[in-house]
Structures are given as structure tokens and as C-alpha cells.
Ligand binder design. Structure first.
Ligand SMILES: *Cc1c(COP(=O)(O)O)cnc(C)c1O
Ligand code: SF4
Length: 440
């Protein structure tokens, strides 16, 4: 049994028995890249997800361990050289900070979405789309393992006490009372499921009070089903956690677990199957999402299997994302054309029950932009795009066009098609509207 929970970082990973089988080159990569990108894994990932006999291209190893290609060669060599000659910690730290700053640690203008109550900035809250408020409980800002493509770690803060949490949720509550169009509160992180059941309850119970009847849905974004399914089956407070889920549902709210699954392997263990069963028995629903990533899940067959397995287990496929422009993105990034081709080739081979999924979608400053496809219109090859979510809700679901660019991996590399200077949402009045959050 892979319980209790044990984590491994740069400081103790050599105590993992399987590590002995890695080549010197792979160890060197962990040492060098692991200084710059956050590295944390755990005993479940190591013993039940990673296939150590095919480590060179094992997707879950790539997902949680540093690999050489994740840093630019120049950065890699600089760090390696400093380590080899035993440079002062101070010099090393300075260099590492520099490299990290070059990796765009705060993508997509998230700082625009922080609301205020009585002139107090709600640092743990983001409100971009009218109906859904994101809430980052301070105690949920870490994960059971770190994904190597993720750069949320600048926000991974230390543990704070319960009193602080209560103050935080109080501000959230005030904000929600003043914004009665909000129907969904999405707990996110890090991973909110790193919190104990007691702390999570202290946040959620507030939202179950009668004055929050406008809140129909509580969502929890989490990778815990992939990285630590024992959270629901073996952890000390697992029954308390499931009882909390049940209570939310009994109070008449939807509870949607937004689970991150990047590869079918994450859905194969007995532990994850049992955890999904237990969650569903509380009345909660599980919706799934993942970015499409080179070296991890860049084949249509992988996605088709992922969605089929999810539906078999009673989960609802929800989003396929394009990897964000941050961190080790170059190691994982795929041209938009390729993302779309993976999506459509997977989509066409699965049942309609799997086709609840939408994508590939980019979370950009103006909104969530879906690549509907590549098409030729009057002799010009174009991307057909649309907003799934817009900073201005009026933009949603209107097809628009960008010049085809086979290399583009993100929306900011695209230009309007047909010789237009601007996209429709960048013109005149529309543009000024984009500068503030609009909830009409
Ligand atoms: C994705 C996202 C949401 C949720 O969008 P849904 O389409 O309702 O799942 C909310 N806020 C932000 C900032 C988001 O990026
Ligand atoms: S689980 Fe989510 S927040 Fe945590 S490291 Fe992975 S992608 Fe980042």
C-alpha cells in the first residue's frame, strides 16, 4: 500500500529506490533543472503511475521530474557550471532568480482580475467572467506533486493559520453579497485538496448560509485524483472530507470537482477508481480538463482513450487547454494547428458522451479562445476562432478569423485575417470595454 503520503523534492529524491536505475545524465538534469523549476513528487506517483522500465519517454516521469530539455541550453549550462565549481549560494540564487524571471512567471495579465471590497484588494480572488469567481484559499496554494509545465509556484506560499483563512473568506463573502450575478465559486490553487477537511469546511460552510442562495455551484479545481487519490480513501480525514461533499449537495448546491487528468495512465489504478466512486457517491460531479502537451499527450489516441476512460468512470470531459506561455513551455508547446488536429482526430473517434469536451482553448487576456479549425476562405488560409469565455460576454461564440501561421503556439502570435488591422474585439468601443471587467 502506498500510504501514508511521502513527498520527494530535490533534497531527498535520491532515497527513491527506482532512482538508482537512472543514467548519470538524467540525474544531472534533475540536479540542474530542479534548481530552477519547482520539483516535487510523491510515493503514489513513483510506485503506481510511473513505468520505470520505459523511463526515457514515460509521460508521468516527464510530468513530475525535471528533464534536460526543460531549460534553454544556455541557462542549463550556466547553472551546471555554477554547481560544478561549487559557486556561492548567493551567486547561484541570483542567477536562478534571473532565469526564472525570464520564464514569464505571471502570464495572461492575471493582475487585472483582482477585485476590491471597500478599497481593499482581494488578493485571493479573481473575477474575470461574470458568473464565476475564482478563489485561491491561502492554505491551498501547494500541490501533492508539481507538474513540470506549471509556473503557478510563484504563488505557492507557506502555510498560514486558520484565523487568516477566516478573514479571507469573510472578504470573499462580502464581495459575493455585492455581486449577486455570481453563480459559481471556483476554489483553485495550487490545489485546494491539499487542505485538511476542517480547513476546507471553514471556507465552504460560509457559502452554505442562506444569504448565498445566488451561489448555485461550488467548484473545486484539483489534480489530487491523479497525484494522490488516497486523499478520498485512506487519509485520516477522508471520511470527514466526503461528508463535507455530501453536505454541500444536501444543501442544494452543485458540487463540481474539476479534475486534471493529463494521461490515461492516471485513470488506471485501483486507488483512483475507488476515489472517483466515493466522490460520485456524495452526489458531486467530476469534470475533467488538461492541457495538450508535447512529450506527454500529443497524440489523438491518447486523448480518445483519456475521454473514454473518463466517461466509463462517470466523469464528464470538459476542457482541453493549450499550454500557457510560461515556464518550460518550449519543452511542452505545440503549434495551434497541431493542437487542433489532435483534438479533432480524437473527437471524431469517441461517442457523443465524450464530446462534452471543448478545445483546444487558450486562456488569454481577453478570454478563453477556442481554435475551431483551420480553413481556406477565398484563397486565404485562416484559423477560425471563437471565445468560449470573454472579458466582455458579448464576444462569446462569435466566430472570427486569424491569418494562418503554422508556427504560432499562442494567440499573441496571431494576426487578423483578410488584411484587417485589428480583431473585432480590439476595435473602437469594444476595445475600451475590454479594459474593465464588464458584467451586464
Ligand atoms: C476558465 C476560467 C473560469 C471558468 O470558466 P468556465 O468556462 O466557466 O469553466 C473562470 N475564471 C477564469 C479567470 C478562468 O480562466
Ligand atoms: S497540480 Fe495544477 S497548480 Fe499544481 S503543479 Fe500541477 S498544474 Fe500546477
Amino acid at each position: 500500500m502506498t500510504n501514508p503520503f511521502k513527498t520527494y523534492t530535490l533534497h531527498n529524491y535520491k532515497t527513491i529506490p527506482q532512482i538508482a536505475a537512472l543514467s548519470d545524465e538524467m540525474i544531472e538534469a534533475i540536479e540542474v533543472v530542479g534548481r530552477v523549476l519547482p520539483f516535487k513528487t510523491n510515493n503514489y506517483v513513483i510506485n503506481e503511475l510511473i513505468d520505470w522500465t520505459h523511463i526515457d519517454n514515460d509521460p508521468i516521469f516527464t510530468l513530475t521530474f525535471p528533464r534536460k530539455g526543460m531549460l534553454e541550453r544556455r541557462d542549463y549550462n550556466v547553472v551546471k557550471k555554477l554547481l560544478d565549481k561549487g559557486a556561492d549560494q548567493e551567486i547561484l540564487d541570483k542567477k536562478i532568480r534571473e532565469i526564472r524571471m525570464g520564464l514569464n512567471p505571471n502570464p495572461a495579465g492575471q493582475e487585472h482580475n483582482i477585485p476590491e471590497v471597500d478599497n481593499i484588494k482581494l488578493k485571493g480572488v479573481q473575477h474575470k467572467y461574470a458568473e464565476t469567481v475564482l478563489f485561491f484559499p491561502s492554505q491551498g496554494q501547494t500541490c501533492h506533486a508539481f507538474c513540470s509545465f506549471c509556473f503557478r509556484w510563484p504563488q505557492f506560499s507557506g502555510m498560514l493559520n486558520l484565523k487568516f483563512a477566516m478573514k479571507e473568506v469573510d472578504l470573499l463573502a462580502q464581495y459575493l453579497l455585492k455581486n449577486d450575478k455570481v453563480t459559481d465559486v471556483l476554489f483553485t490553487g495550487g490545489d485546494p485538496m491539499t487542505m485538511s477537511a476542517g480547513v476546507l469546511a471553514s471556507y465552504i460552510n460560509v457559502l452554505l448560509q442562506p444569504e448565498f442562495r445566488n451561489i448555485h455551484t461550488i467548484r473545486i479545481g484539483t489534480k489530487v485524483l491523479s497525484y494522490w487519490p488516497y486523499r478520498f480513501t485512506k487519509d485520516k480525514d477522508c471520511d470527514e472530507l466526503l461528508a463535507l461533499f455530501e453536505k454541500i449537495v444536501k444543501e442544494g448546491k452543485n458540487l463540481a470537482i474539476q479534475a486534471h487528468f493529463s494521461h490515461p495512465v492516471e485513470l488506471k489504478t485501483d486507488a483512483v477508481k475507488e476515489a472517483i466512486k466515493k466522490i460520485k457517491a456524495t452526489g458531486a460531479q467530476i469534470r475533467t480538463q488538461s492541457p495538450v502537451l508535447k512529450n506527454i499527450n500529443d497524440k489523438p489516441e491518447i486523448w480518445a482513450e483519456l475521454w473514454r476512460r473518463q466517461v466509463d468512470l462517470g466523469c464528464i470531459p470538459y476542457y482541453m487547454f493549450v499550454a500557457r506561455d510560461t515556464g518550460a513551455k518550449r519543452y511542452f508547446e505545440l503549434p495551434l494547428d497541431k493542437c487542433w488536429n489532435i483534438f479533432r482526430r480524437a473527437y471524431r473517434q469517441v461517442s457523443g458522451l465524450c464530446r462534452t469536451v471543448r478545445g483546444p482553448s487558450m486562456s488569454c487576456e481577453p478570454g478563453k479562445i477556442q481554435v475551431l479549425g483551420v480553413q481556406e476562405v477565398k484563397g486565404e488560409k485562416v484559423y477560425v476562432l471563437r471565445f468560449l469565455q470573454g472579458r466582455n460576454a458579448k464576444w462569446v461564440n462569435i466566430p472570427f478569423f486569424a491569418k494562418y501561421n503554422p508556427k504560432a503556439t499562442w494567440f499573441d502570435q496571431l494576426e487578423p485575417a483578410f488584411g484587417e488591422e485589428k480583431f473585432f474585439f480590439e476595435k473602437g468601443k469594444e476595445r475600451s470595454k475590454a479594459n474593465k471587467i464588464l458584467f451586464e
